[in-house]
Design a protein around this ligand. Structure first.
Ligand code: DON
Length: 583
């Protein structure tokens, strides 16, 4: 159980008062460090949505107050993000969601992009047999077959309550009428200008008159509005089939890619059994393959439970060392063995077998770092700026949706399809385009994750739902590429076994290790004593920031909800208005 909240804060939550929007509840993590300040929080006795923009959180909250369920809220918020958060919100990307229904049933939906039928690993090689720089991130070849629109439709068809049209039409309006550019988006347009430079349609929209849209300028997207109108009317076929699909395919071909209208038409999301396991009295529900998130959490937590990790070790060098060593081993296996289990054989059972976890745990030296080179060979590499987005929804009666979706790189491959108004993904880079060569996230992966027609690239996205003693407790997830599972892990360890309020766990300082490069990444203000302790055990500790951007909801045993948006990003919690009881 979490530490009891201060009385005042509980009363405020019970009264449904919005505690956020510039009025942070806490000054920072109590005994940890909150390098980016406090999380933005809000309380509600009924429902909560946390997303990257105020419009998306509000769209989700509006769906809840219109009588919709958590799925309606997530669908409305995801469409609003496609309009208001072009960095990662999308129609032409893909993702995962885990949903918990009121009766406790948990389902997982995979709407991850797939490799177009005509693309092979060799498509990315030049005449010299070497990978063409940027081919998997900046060209038409980077574009994988999108899954978002089919995915949102699939979850809504199965579990939604409100009319589809009403959920999508609100975002079409937002695209048509425009919304004021946020400080964050204005900054990203400037910092990512090079990404847009080869793409006239993107320049026309984001750099009118050659100048980047400034904070407060209205971003109006009539083409995107038209596409959303069509989706509102005719469902996902309006995107995946017919004129829109043909325009997307023609455009991608003109940019040197191989995506066809048939790839778009044939795309299907897949309902999967959630990846579920226990850690003490906590039950974790997250994504199975092609996300590596479930495997990584289970392997790391399985190792920690075997090396005697306890919550008292949180924020100590000893605890950080054990976490890093478990991460190192789990990521080495991820990169070597994991891929799309529908297409290649993945020995997941062996990797997570108790005996194997015993072996991994025994190989951890409690006092000394194990060099990654001793576990597996390979190279590390630099990372470009990535972006993904996560949204969390929970209701007092125990419904939850944890949804992470992405274009992969920030603004995907940077191109907007003329007449359609959507940014295209560069998800092909999540494959091991050339096994052994580091990708955008510095991940060094093997042939299990090579490009195969129709396969889904291995992902790190880890939408998570956590129960405590059988009751819904936390909903969370994050962007951050390869750092997603370790971000989610640290928030869980602090808020779950560590007993901290979720908002503090979200704000707390983070570290990350992914086997290769053999470095412990730490954020600013990482406690000097812990870093010194890690170095004395032989770890290379390097600054990097920020790590992740968590959007989370905590549900107290009495059903009260607290939304927490990471101070590392622009996210916002929103709740449906509390109805006053008639006097
Ligand atoms: O699926 C994955 O693992 C990546 N495409 C996620 C990209 C990402 O998180 C970028 N965000 N910061």
């Amino acid at each position: 159980m979490g530490r009891p909240r201060p009385l005042l804060s509980r009363l405020a939550i019970a009264a449904g008062l919005l505690l956020c929007a510039g009025a942070p509840v806490r000054a920072g993590a109590a005994d940890g460090v909150a390098p980016f300040g406090p999380a933005r929080t809000a309380g509600s006795p009924t429902g909560m949505v946390v997303a990257a923009t105020s419009q998306a959180a509000a769209a989700g909250a509006a769906a809840l107050s219109a009588g919709g369920n958590a799925v309606d809220a997530a669908v409305a918020a995801a469409f609003a993000l496609a309009v208001t958060y072009p960095e990662a919100g999308n129609l032409a990307g893909g993702g995962f969601l885990v949903v918990r229904q009121r009766d406790g049933e948990v389902l997982a939906l995979d709407f991850r992009e797939t490799a177009p039928a005509a693309i092979r690993s060799s498509s990315f090689l030049g005449p010299d047999g070497k990978v063409v720089e940027g081919a998997s991130t900046r060209t038409g070849l980077a574009v994988a077959t999108p899954g978002t629109v089919r995915g949102l439709e699939a979850v809504h068809r199965r579990l939604g309550k409100l009319p589809w049209k009403s959920l999508v039409a609100a975002s079409a309006r937002l695209a048509r009428e425009g919304f004021p550019v946020t400080a964050g988006l204005a900054k990203h347009l400037v910092s990512e200008r090079a990404v847009f430079a080869p793409h006239p349609e993107s320049l026309r929209l984001y750099f009118p008159g050659g100048r980047p849209l400034a904070e407060g300028a209205l971003l109006v997207q009539p083409e995107l509005a038209g596409t959303l109108d069509a989706i509102a009317e005719r469902g996902s076929d309006a995107f995946h089939d017919g004129p829109v699909a043909r325009r997307i395919a023609e455009f991608v071909r003109s940019e040197g890619g191989g995506l066809t209208a048939e790839d778009l038409r044939a795309y299907r999301p897949v309902w999967r059994k959630a990846f579920s396991f226990d850690f003490g009295r906590w039950r974790l529900h997250t994504m199975p393959l092609p996300s590596s998130g479930g495997f990584l959490l289970a392997s790391i937590l399985g190792q920690l439970s075997r090396v005697g990790w306890t919550p008292a070790m949180l924020e100590t060098a000893e605890g950080a060392h054990l976490v890093v060593e478990a991460e190192r081993r789990a990521y080495a296996e991820r990169n070597r063995w994991l891929g799309d289990a529908d297409v290649v054989d993945v020995p997941l059972g062996k990797l997570l077998a108790p005996g194997h976890l015993d072996v991994l745990a025994r190989s951890i030296d409690r006092a000394k770092a194990t060099p990654s080179a001793g576990i597996d060979g390979g190279l590390g590499g630099p990372a470009e700026r990535p972006e993904t987005t996560h949204l969390s929804v929970a209701t007092a009666d125990g419904e939850a949706v944890s949804l992470t979706y992405t274009l992969n790189g920030v603004f995907g491959n940077g191109s907007i399809v003329p007449g359609v108004g959507v940014l295209l993904n560069n998800e092909m880079d999540d494959f091991a385009v050339a096994p052994g060569r580091p990708n955008l996230f510095g991940l060094v992966q093997g042939t299990q994750n090579a490009v195969r027609p129709g396969a889904r690239p291995l992902s790190s996205m880890t939408p998570l739902i956590v129960l405590e003693d059988g009751a819904l407790r936390f909903v969370l997830g994050s962007p951050g590429g390869s750092t997603i599972p370790t971000t989610v892990l640290q928030v869980f360890l602090r808020a779950g076994p560590g007993g901290r309020p979720l908002a503090e766990a979200v704000a707390g300082v983070r570290l990350h290790h992914q086997h290769l490069p053999d470095v412990v990444d730490v954020e600013r203000d990482f406690p000097a004593g812990t870093a010194k302790g890690l170095r004395s055990m032989g770890h290379v500790v390097k600054g990097r920031e920020p790590i992740g951007m968590v959007h989370a909801v905590e549900r107290a045993p009495d059903g009260l909800l607290t939304g927490a948006a990471d101070p590392r990003g622009p996210g916002v919690p929103a709740a449906p208005p509390v109805r006053q009881a008639p006097r």
